[in-house]
Design a protein around this ligand. Structure first.
Ligand code: PHB
Length: 362
């Protein structure tokens, strides 16, 4: 297979990237405790993967309230900012680029994780199905507390402060996580947003919080250093939406006012795929780069780029098991399989010990 377009240069915002393979955000639950602090092992992991044209970090909680899983890192304390600084230094020492993914989980949390055992917050008091991953093990999700209207500015403020902190930690930019059933997605979709104030009901109202968050984040970074991730058809975390095409066409059109670097679209997640959603409409509406994600191989990525469906392709699971994924794709080398047992939590096993082609030849 000829990967001519995949290995051609392209600008993303104001960054000149050497090729089109992006490392997708991947939750790995290996921060230091107590305090959810990024550490030297995390730095080694990211450094190993710095042949990605751009690394997007694992989802990172913007505040204690934004945390939903044990051992995920944060970007709200001095120690966390310092820890991330080691990671940005490591990636920059390899001449690569790294954006931080800003995350508030909303209802996908548990009182056992929250400060003072408070209930998780959400647009409406509707529980997610399943169990939360806490320091005490798996616990059934609870019915969250619906945010009061006068609390919304504090949510926006959490994103702003996290954006400031990410800048201090030396990142090249940030990605706003508005996908996969977390807080911003809970506001967007009508299965989880039953509010009857200005943040619920109409599409205009349900997109309001996301647009307010994007505004404060670009105030910190400038649009060219900000991306946003969405999952229009995603059902992960018990999500549903009656009319995704209308919702996301509207949202993406509104995002154009910010001149963002990119729109990162989860086109499928696991077995989740929708045939009747037209992602190409979003690509056509959006005025920045389109990053496609979800089940791509090198060949599918090249086809997507060549047919002008995307500008970059983000790979998730393949990057877990293949630190030098771009080189392997280029050479057509077989990929290491990823071991799901070591995806979440643990140590260097299944994290920094996957061999690259160089390791395999020595
Ligand atoms: C997860 O921990 O499974 C997870 C986290 C963030 C996502 C998706 C999945 O966006």
């Amino acid at each position: 297979m000829n990967f001519k377009t995949l290995f051609s240069e392209k600008t993303l915002g104001d960054l000149d990237l050497p090729h089109r393979i992006v490392m997708a955000p991947l939750t790995r639950c290996r921060s230091s405790q107590p305090g959810d602090i990024p550490n030297a092992l995390n730095a080694e992991y990211y450094k190993q993967r710095s042949s990605a044209a751009l690394i997007i970090t694992e989802a990172t909680q913007i505040s204690p309230q934004g945390k939903g899983y044990a051992f995920t890192p944060g970007i709200h304390s001095a120690e966390q900012i310092q820890g991330w600084g080691k990671i940005t230094d490591a990636v920059h020492s390899e001449n690569s680029h790294i954006f931080m993914q800003l995350w508030h989980v909303g209802r996908v949390s548990h009182s056992a994780i929250q400060v003072d055992n408070a209930l998780p917050v959400a647009p409406s008091a509707i529980a997610v199905e399943g169990q939360a991953f806490t320091e005490q093990g798996m616990l059934d999700f609870e019915v969250p507390r619906a945010l009061e209207l006068n609390e919304i500015p504090s949510i926006v403020e959490q994103y702003k402060q996290a954006a400031i902190n990410a800048k201090q930690a030396g990142f090249d930019g940030v990605e706003i996580h508005a996908a996969n059933g977390y807080l911003l997605d809970q506001f967007l979709k009508d299965g989880t947003n039953k509010r009857n104030d200005i943040y619920g009901g109409s599409i205009e109202n349900r997109t309001r919080l996301v647009l307010e968050v994007v505004q404060v984040v670009i105030d910190v970074w400038g649009g060219s250093r900000v991306g946003i991730r969405i999952s229009p058809t995603g059902t992960f975390n018990s999500m549903s939406e009656t009319n995704p095409q209308a919702l996301y066409n509207y949202l993406v059109d509104k995002l154009n006012q910010f001149n963002l670097a990119y729109l990162h679209v989860v086109e499928r997640f696991g077995d989740d795929a929708s045939e009747d959603f037209d992602f190409y409409e979003l690509r056509r509406i959006f005025n920045g780069a389109y990053i496609a994600n979800g089940g791509y191989t090198g060949q599918l990525a090249e086809q997507s780029l060549d047919s002008n469906q995307s500008d970059f392709v983000a790979f998730g699971a393949p990057f877990i098991a293949n630190p030098d994924l771009p080189e392997k794709i280029k050479q057509g080398a077989p990929l290491n399989p990823a071991d799901p047992d070591t995806f979440y939590g643990g140590d260097s096993k299944g994290y920094t010990d996957y061999p690259s082609l160089v390791d395999a030849s020595t």
